[in-house]
Design a protein. Structure first.
Lengths: 159, 101, 364
């Protein structure tokens, strides 16, 4: 299905999520499903929590226990395929890459969108960070109801 | 139409350049090519095909396809997509193979 | 006749990298490009690049162009002629140029052709209407000149360029109504496709454009579905209104200058069309004329850069001016190229290059 529509199958997505216990702390979700010659996620990680190795055609592998959820990998991925996810009580909190105008503002409520581009929930903008190192890719901290943990992927401004 | 704000790029304000298109005075900006200036003015037809006079516009942007050929300052077959715009350039649509006067 | 050691035709990533290693080897270089600016197609690439550090991974294309150009600033033996078209290339290494003011003739000792590629075109009714653009052209209009190509667009082609340019159109505030792909699967990296789908843009596979409709400019397209044999499915017409159509159906190497010198070429589908036959040092069948980058096979900019560095070294060696670190650099860049081509996305190129070398005495 990924090859025909660009939308990964549910099992594929779930395979990149650490278990519920691990997600009590923020963890990187690496939705890189192809052997693209690429490794900036691995080289950017200050904790060496993303493994690729000398052959950069290999998909990245997350060392879950080493990952601190710092989010440096989020703007490093040229495919914008990485988010940070965390379960916080009744919320799922994400750090996502965002490269559009208008930029979201703190405390605004935007639409939460799934991998098919469908609006599925409200998303509360908690923080927006842009610094020079991120090179114009903002990292937005957003929370959605926890039942959308595996469905939410990005935000869209409410019309 | 020109882009004002962009999430990645900045388009700093630059000076206007006045040039003449089909006898009318129009404006482009410093940094434009002739074709991009015309495009910003909403002019999409840059030439007409030789036999059938079909409208032709911008296609490849690298000076390869000849779709954007126009007469500039009396010189025909100028690839407007890679030619920088200059003040007072006289730009006209070409409808033939290009005759050097 | 103006004399030069090495003339490099094309100031894109491949040409710029070739200039660097050749200059480091002590060559006197003339770099010619027909565009107003150097950097080739990199200058309008706003997305972050893949690859590894050696290919400037996670750097945006236009920043890579700036770096490659800045790398050349310190060399005194470099002359750059932009806005200059090479009008002739001859087997005795004469290069003629025209820059809208004067016609000049140069005598080089060696030439590197790094002319890149041009976009392929698609045959359908009224495909010459204004408002129909190559996807690269739309990128140039938007990202280099800040001009919006239209307000509602359809993209034809779901390869990397089609997917990336669609994303960039959205960033520029243009509505992308759909991406159409004739094949049954998406051609480019799935990460690019996923980005597009999140934004609600449909990707219609097994679909192609049959007709463009409009009087002075495009207003509508007719699309049809294709079956497994790529034939039109009857009664599958749909119409989409738009004011711009982008065609992104692949690139074709610009080998024309090499045809002018009668360099041996071969038609190789995997490499994008007609490509010059080269030996292991990127030399064509004409001694002293080398080629690198997309002009010898369509790949990514990352490969074009590595090939450029290598060809600058090979051309210098050919003229007896070896780079002080020649051996290690050749090994390093060849390893990089190998690695870039090692995964599933490199298979097509490897097959193409084998066909290029196959049965060729010259290529041994």
């Amino acid at each position: 299905m990924l090859n025909k529509t660009g939308i990964p199958e549910k099992e594929l997505v779930l395979s990149r999520f650490p278990n519920q216990k691990a997600l009590l702390k923020p963890k990187a979700i690496l939705e890189c499903y192809e052997d693209i010659p690429c490794n900036p996620c691995s080289t950017s990680c200050p904790f060496d929590a993303i493994e690729i190795g000398p052959n950069i055609n290999v998909q990245p592998h997350l060392l879950v226990d080493v990952c601190t959820g710092c989010g440096v990998c989020v703007p490093s991925c040229p495919g914008l395929a990485i988010v940070i996810a965390q379960i916080r009580g009744n919320d799922a909190v994400f750090k996502i890459p965002y490269e559009f105008l208008p930029m979201p503002e703190k405390n605004a409520v935007w639409d939460g969108v799934n991998r098919s581009g469908e609006v599925i929930c409200d998303a509360l903008i908690e923080q927006v960070v842009i610094n020079k190192k991120q090179d114009h890719t903002a990292v937005v901290t957003v929370s959605v109801p926890v039942e959308f943990l595996h469905d939410f992927v990005t935000i869209r401004v409410k019309l | 139409m020109r882009i004002e704000k962009h999430p990645i790029l900045t388009f700093p304000k630059t000076e206007d350049i006045i040039f003449i298109f089909e006898g009318k005075k129009v404006k482009g900006i410093q940094g434009d090519t002739i074709a991009s200036a015309l495009h910003a003015l909403g002019i999409k037809t840059l030439s007409y095909s030789i036999k059938e006079h079909r409208p032709r516009g911008f296609y490849c942007a690298i000076g390869n396809c000849a779709s954007c050929n126009m007469i500039v300052n009396g010189v025909p077959n100028v690839r407007t997509c890679i030619t920088p715009l200059e003040e007072n350039m006289v730009v006209e649509r070409q409808t033939n193979k290009g005759v050097v006067k | 006749m103006i004399e030069k050691d090495l003339i490099i035709i094309g100031g894109g990533p491949s040409g710029l990298c070739a200039a660097k290693t050749a200059l480091e080897a002590g060559m006197e270089v003339l770099l010619i490009d027909r565009s107003p600016n150097l950097g080739g197609q990199l200058v309008k690439q706003t997305h972050k690049f893949f690859g590894s550090k050696a290919q400037y991974a996670k750097t945006r294309g236009f920043d890579i162009a700036k770096k490659l150009i800045t790398d050349l600033e310190k060399f005194e033996k470099l002359e750059i002629k932009s806005n200059t078209t090479v009008t002739g290339l001859y087997s005795d290494h004469v290069v003629t140029t025209y820059d809208n003011h004067e016609y000049l003739r140069y005598q080089a000792k060696a030439v590197i052709v790094a002319t890149g590629a041009s976009e392929k075109f698609l045959a359908f009714e009224n495909n010459d209407l204004p408002g129909i653009y190559g996807a690269g052209a739309v990128q140039t209009l938007m990202n280099s000149y800040g001009v919006i190509p239209g307000s509602e667009i359809v993209m034809v082609g779901s390869g990397n360029i089609g997917l990336i340019v669609s994303y960039q159109l959205l960033q520029a505030g243009v509505k992308v109504k759909a991406i159409i792909e004739a094949a049954p699967t998406i051609g480019g990296y799935k990460v690019h496709a996923s980005k597009i789908r999140r934004l609600g843009i449909p990707i219609l596979t097994s679909t192609t454009v049959k007709k463009a409709i409009g009087k002075d400019a495009i207003e509508e397209i007719e699309i049809v579905s294709l079956d497994e044999k790529w034939n039109e499915v009857p009664n599958s017409s749909q119409f989409i209104s738009l004011d711009a159509l982008c065609i992104s159906v692949g690139l074709s190497p610009m080998h024309q200058l090499l045809s002018m010198v009668n360099a041996k070429t071969k038609f190789i589908n995997e490499l994008g069309g007609f490509v010059p036959v080269i030996d292991h040092h990127h030399q064509t069948s004409i001694p002293g004329i080398f080629v690198c980058g997309d002009a010898v096979g369509i790949e990514e900019a990352s490969s074009a850069m590595m090939e450029g560095y290598l060809t600058g070294l090979y051309a210098s060696n050919h003229l007896g001016k070896c780079h002080p670190n020649e051996k290690e650099m050749i090994t390093h860049y060849e390893n990089q190229l190998s690695m870039l081509r090692d995964g599933p996305f490199g298979i097509k190129t490897k097959v193409g290059l084998e066909k290029l070398r196959e049965g060729n005495k010259h290529a041994e």
